[in-house]
Write a protein that binds this ligand. Structure first.
Ligand code: F3S
Length: 75
């Protein structure tokens, strides 16, 4: 799962950050500091809640089933 953020549309509501501060960090001016990230395992729900919390709807959550799975180095 991936999150894409259109930073140019951020007006600083900070609701994303209130829901999930670790996933949606803000810069010194109170705007979203990230333009996107891969959602860490187990934090999908949090990422989605943060995205839904933004009134500007600039945070998009995408499932990425086509992404190649990490191959284990163990033999
Ligand atoms: Fe910006 Fe929306 Fe978060 S306007 S600070 S991305 S709630």
């Amino acid at each position: 799962m991936k999150v894409l953020i259109d930073r140019s549309g951020c007006v600083g509501h900070a609701r994303c950050n209130n829901v999930a501060p670790a996933l949606y960090p803000l810069d010194d001016n109170g705007y979203i500091a990230s333009s996107g990230f891969s959602v860490p395992a187990g934090q999908e729900g949090l990422a989605q809640r943060g995205a839904r919390a933004c009134p500007e709807r600039i945070i998009e959550v995408r499932d990425s089933p086509a992404e190649p799975r990490q191959v284990s180095a163990e033999s």
